[in-house]
Ligand binder design. Structure first.
Ligand SMILES: NC(=O)c1ccc[n+]([C@@H]2O[C@H](COP(=O)([O-])OP(=O)(O)OC[C@H]3O[C@@H](n4cnc5c(N)ncnc54)[C@H](O)[C@@H]3O)[C@@H](O)[C@H]2O)c1
Length: 473
């Protein structure tokens, strides 16, 4: 059945999905139609942001929102890219904004940023300044959509941390705002820039795998309840309160890039299933026995139906399949799976070391892997990979992402990832929640490109056919 934006919601009964956002989404997946959720059909003439290049910027003047763990590490990377000026730093907590400024001073950053803090909505003033080009969002999840939308409405490009926005409605809102304002809205999907993911994307594009049939991704690791995590209880609360794939973008990004999602194929529907909780309640009860701080969390974990492992399967309109897993509460080594299966070959990143098999006979040996690496390493890695490893940030992928973002803005090029990617990868979160709450019923995935996926050309320019000339310092 053909699904437009309005009847998509009716068919899926999705109007209630996830709209309560972070920390309040527990009942969202089964709730009645919430106010505002029927506002779907765009009345604006549509502008396709895929491949859109905004006017080039000589300098990229940045306002950063949220200077916590992730925000602090971005501050160690961004000033190392020529043309970046950190003009404003905002955090609810004044000491964090000040700490960010100190960090910049130590790095001898030529600009002294203005600091914003103390009020929940101080970030709005950053978006409203007239000397900022890019709003870089490293705040908690529920702030991503309001921040990105306010930034775009005030003429700024917006980039936001994973897992992007939280509801189906927010996905449409970022798409519509980006199209209306012609400002970029990009998800900071760093895993798309990890070394093996870039290698396999290049191989996929050159036909090494034959036709890709299936991709797998995941976010699997262990959340611990140590005292240092007291700062970050918002993230724990999300996992206590909600069932679904709460962090789909790390796995989705690289797989969707390889499968040409939104540029040759698109996500059609998904089915999601969740295990019971075999870990979280026990872990929180034992933490609460040692430290009262964890009591309310343990109490909350003993209610409701949260679980550990989420398994979501997606079918594309071209008949390919994607598996995504999410579990950050049981004992396991870190994994994002990153498996690509094709008619001629298969690649699998985890468990490390990554491996590749040709014609499904055997995994290639070290020498054969090296030869593939030499042949298929894309230009972005050849040009900036070593520098990225030195600067760091998850082994270098974070820096490569930032560098290419700034490089595209300075050269007036389309960004490697766009608002349709952000919406399509984010939406797995609320849709998987809805499916879990409805005995794994299948749910349609909206076509945020509204048909343009059939003619859009693949976006991520990993061979730097244009640009690539921004020095890193
Ligand atoms: N891409 C990755 O590999 C990666 C890794 C870690 C975190 N993240 C993402 O980064 C984002 C931030 O996570 P984190 O670990 O840094 O969290 P954090 O809690 O350490 O930092 C968030 C910061 O936002 C601030 N903040 C909260 N409300 C605010 C408001 N109203 N205005 C301004 N600032 C506000 C907090 O004070 C805090 O300093 C999340 O989306 C998370 O999922 C991504």
């Amino acid at each position: 059945m053909k699904t437009n934006r309005r009847n998509f919601l009716k068919v899926a009964g999705l109007a209630g999905v996830g709209l309560a956002g972070a920390g309040g989404a527990a009942a969202a997946a089964t709730g009645p139609v919430p106010p505002g959720s029927t506002r779907r059909a765009s009345t604006q003439p549509r502008f396709n942001m895929w491949g859109y290049a905004a006017p080039r910027l000589d300098k990229v003047r940045i306002g950063q929102l949220g200077i916590g763990g992730r925000g602090g590490s971005a501050l160690a990377r961004l000033p190392r890219i020529e043309g970046v000026e950190m003009r404003a730093l905002c955090d609810l907590l004044p000491e964090r904004a000040a700490g960010g400024a100190e960090r910049l001073q130590k790095m001898k950053h030529p600009v002294v940023p203005q600091l914003y803090s103390g009020k929940e909505d101080a970030w709005k003033r950053v978006c409203e300044r007239d000397d900022i080009d890019l709003v870089y969002i490293t705040a908690p999840w529920q702030l991503h959509a309001p921040m990105a939308i306010h930034a775009m409405n005030h003429g700024k490009h917006a980039v936001m941390e994973v897992p992007g926005v939280l509801t189906v409605e927010e996905c449409w809102q970022i798409v519509e705002t980006s199209e209306k304002t012609r400002r970029h809205c990009m998800l900071l999907s760093n895993t798309c820039y990890d070394f093996f993911e870039l290698l396999t994307l290049n191989m996929a594009r050159q036909g090494f795998f034959g036709e890709l049939i299936h991709g797998e991704g995941a976010y699997l690791h262990t959340f611990t309840f140590d005292p240092s995590r007291k700062q970050k209880t918002w993230r724990l609360q999300e996992n206590i309160r909600r069932n679904g794939n709460l962090y789909p973008t790390h796995g989705m990004g690289p797989v969707c890039q390889a499968l040409d999602i939104n540029c040759g194929d698109r996500l059609d529907y998904l089915v999601s299933m969740q295990s019971d909780d075999f870990m979280m309640r026990k872990a929180l009860e034992s933490a609460a026995a040692k430290d009262d701080f964890w009591q309310p969390f343990a109490a909350e974990a003993s209610r409701g139906h949260r679980g550990n492992m989420n398994v979501t399967t997606i079918r594309t309109v071209r008949g390919r399949t994607i598996l995504q897993q999410h579990d950050i509460t049981s004992e396991q080594p870190y994994s994002r799976l990153h498996k690509l299966s094709g008619t001629k070959a298969v690649a699998m990143k985890y468990p490390e070391p990554p491996r590749i098999a040709v014609e499904h006979k055997r995994w290639l040996n070290e020498k054969e892997m090296k030869a593939l690496e030499e042949k298929y390493t894309p230009e972005i890695v050849r040009r900036i990979g070593e520098m990225a490893k030195k600067v760091g940030g998850h082994g270098g992928m974070d820096f490569m992402m930032d560098w290419r973002l700034i490089d595209c803005l300075r050269n007036g090029l389309p960004l490697d990832m766009n608002v349709y990617d952000a919406a399509s990868w984010s939406v797995i979160q609320p849709l998987s929640e809805w499916s879990v709450a409805n005995r794994s019923a299948a749910v349609d995935i909206p076509d945020f490109t509204q048909g343009a996926w059939k003619t859009n050309r693949p976006g991520m320019d990993i061979n730097l056919t244009r640009g690539g000339n921004t020095p890193a310092i």
